[in-house]
Design a protein around this ligand. Sequence first.
Ligand SMILES: Cc1cc2nc3c(=O)[nH]c(=O)nc-3n(C[C@H](O)[C@H](O)[C@H](O)COP(=O)(O)OP(=O)(O)OC[C@H]3O[C@@H](n4cnc5c(N)ncnc54)[C@H](O)[C@@H]3O)c2cc1C
Ligand SMILES: *[C@@H]1O[C@H](CO)[C@@H](O)[C@H](O)[C@H]1NC(C)=O
Ligand SMILES: *[C@@H]1O[C@H](CO)[C@@H](O)[C@H](O)[C@H]1NC(C)=O
Ligand SMILES: *[C@@H]1O[C@H](CO)[C@@H](O)[C@H](O)[C@H]1NC(C)=O
Ligand SMILES: *[C@@H]1O[C@H](CO)[C@@H](O)[C@H](O)[C@H]1NC(C)=O
Ligand SMILES: *[C@@H]1O[C@H](CO)[C@@H](O)[C@H](O)[C@H]1NC(C)=O
Ligand SMILES: *[C@@H]1O[C@H](CO)[C@@H](O)[C@H](O)[C@H]1NC(C)=O
Length: 474
Amino acid sequence: MRINTVMAHKFLTLFSTFNATAIFGPYVSPGTEIATYGDTDFEDVVTARWSAWAEPTFQAAIKPATEIDLQNIVTIAANLSIPFLAVNTGHGTGLGYGNVANALNINLGNFNSVTVDADNNLLIAGGGVNFGDVFPVLYDAGKELQTGNSECVGLVGATIGGGIGALQGLHGLILDALVSVRIITASGSLVTASATENPDLFWAIRGAGANFGIITEATYTLHDQTNNGYVSLGEFVFPGSLNGSLWEILHTFDDYLPPNLALIISGGFNHTINSAYVTAGVIYFGPLAEAQAYFDQFIALGPVSQVVLNTTTLAMYDLLSATACTDGERHNDYTLGFNQTDVLTYTEVFGTWADFAAANPNYAGQLTFQRYSNEAMLQVPSNETSYPWRDIKTYLLLDNTYTDAALDTAVDDISKKIRSTLEATSGFGRLQVYVNYDHGDEGVKAKYGSSVERLQALKAKWDPHNLFGIPNPV
Ligand SMILES: Cc1cc2nc3c(=O)[nH]c(=O)nc-3n(C[C@H](O)[C@H](O)[C@H](O)COP(=O)(O)OP(=O)(O)OC[C@H]3O[C@@H](n4cnc5c(N)ncnc54)[C@H](O)[C@@H]3O)c2cc1C
Ligand SMILES: *[C@@H]1O[C@H](CO)[C@@H](O)[C@H](O)[C@H]1NC(C)=O
Ligand SMILES: *[C@@H]1O[C@H](CO)[C@@H](O)[C@H](O)[C@H]1NC(C)=O
Ligand SMILES: *[C@@H]1O[C@H](CO)[C@@H](O)[C@H](O)[C@H]1NC(C)=O
Ligand SMILES: *[C@@H]1O[C@H](CO)[C@@H](O)[C@H](O)[C@H]1NC(C)=O
Ligand SMILES: *[C@@H]1O[C@H](CO)[C@@H](O)[C@H](O)[C@H]1NC(C)=O
Ligand SMILES: *[C@@H]1O[C@H](CO)[C@@H](O)[C@H](O)[C@H]1NC(C)=O
């Protein structure tokens, strides 16, 4: 039964602490789990988190069983001014997550259905599904969707900030595949947003989605598999001394990257041998014979090790997820978007970064550049969605990984220096950041660009009391 605010009125007090079981229990179905921080079952109800850096704090967790439960939870929490955060896989990072304090964790884990309508090329996915849930279902149906690369990441969470990945050159951003969503808004209403229903909300959620409500279900357009579901994959490892040559190769793709090719070049530091290394991942959605010319450019540099495979996309995502999906370390990340590769600047910051890694034996970060084609996403008019940065070609992901919080300040200092050095020659002349990779200090213009004013107007309409989107406000 859907409640109204009058029924919640008897609890009206300003809660600094709240008894979640007493408040929500009477208005949710029996399948809904509720736990308070400190309860023995709290860890079962609250969602796990990927990063221990800038963590939200929760004093209670609730895992609704149905959409109506979720509507009632939002209605009551809003009425009682209880802060909340809907969480799926807990892979969101950024300073803003640390602003979620003493809140209610709304675990979306029960919204986990995945259905493929092969005849109509549609995927219907629950708001609590991750990429790993959809990969096998799509593969078995002979279909594909542009996704991110890691199985552990939430499909809807990635989508509503943009959604980038190896297939974006062929099919665009993940949000470009979105057909419609079922979304619970600040009033507790469950509405559909699509090109024809609530189109203003549909525009807003495609780029700043976490600010407008909780999506219980999303429908996406699918494609038939490219190359029958096989992909040519090259993974090459080089000593750090060759970094400049790798940036040179990346630079040759500044004007054009074939839509079915993706490059991931990543610096790492091996503390055992006290030296930096660079890996180049080459993903080509096509036969090996066509991919060979791209592999050869890297092989010519003399990698210390290499793997070249013709494999299924399913196996590829397994490989790409292997190390990325470990929970619990500090990930204090920085990002930046590029229109070009300035070889000298990349070489300079790689040196700065490697010196820092060498001086800090417990630092296990990676300096990664993801070059994805934006050919397909540029086919979509820029005002069609609120996502502002269709012109980004390369994404920096400076994934600072460590466990000791005492390293935070030093990491921030070196990372800000690296980011500002890179910004000067990024080809945009300003900070353009992908919101889902943000550090959190960049400001709204850097994350939402020219969409800021319209997003703020829509925020006033759909979520006037800022219930949603504490981590990345508009
Ligand atoms: C290891 C790793 C790999 C990644 N790889 C990629 C990648 O390849 N491509 C890419 O684009 N991004 C990638 N990301 C970034 C990722 O898109 C963001 O971290 C995203 O916010 C994760 O969403 P989540 O649901 O997994 O995380 P959560 O922390 O659960 O949620 C993140 C935000 O989205 C909101 N949210 C989640 N689900 C819903 C919903 N159903 N309705 C409304 N709001 C919701 C939450 O409230 C929160 O504000 C990666 C991140 C990590 C840590
Ligand atoms: C909570 O509900 C009561 C009763 O309907 C209403 O008077 C009050 O304005 C509501 N408060 C908020 C913050 O919505
Ligand atoms: C990066 O490459 C340049 C040459 O292009 C080299 O001088 C420098 O030492 C390399 N950096 C590291 C950390 O190995
Ligand atoms: C990005 O680079 C291309 C050339 O590759 C250029 O045509 C375009 O104007 C640049 N965009 C911006 C915003 O500077
Ligand atoms: C670091 O180098 C050692 C010695 O060559 C090697 O055994 C190990 O696998 C390397 N570690 C990484 C993460 O590359
Ligand atoms: C890739 O492997 C599959 C399955 O073994 C095979 O059918 C296909 O021909 C291979 N493609 C190439 C280009 O080798
Ligand atoms: C985008 O801009 C075009 C041309 O100015 C306009 O016709 C269209 O309605 C706009 N679309 C949206 C979704 O605002």
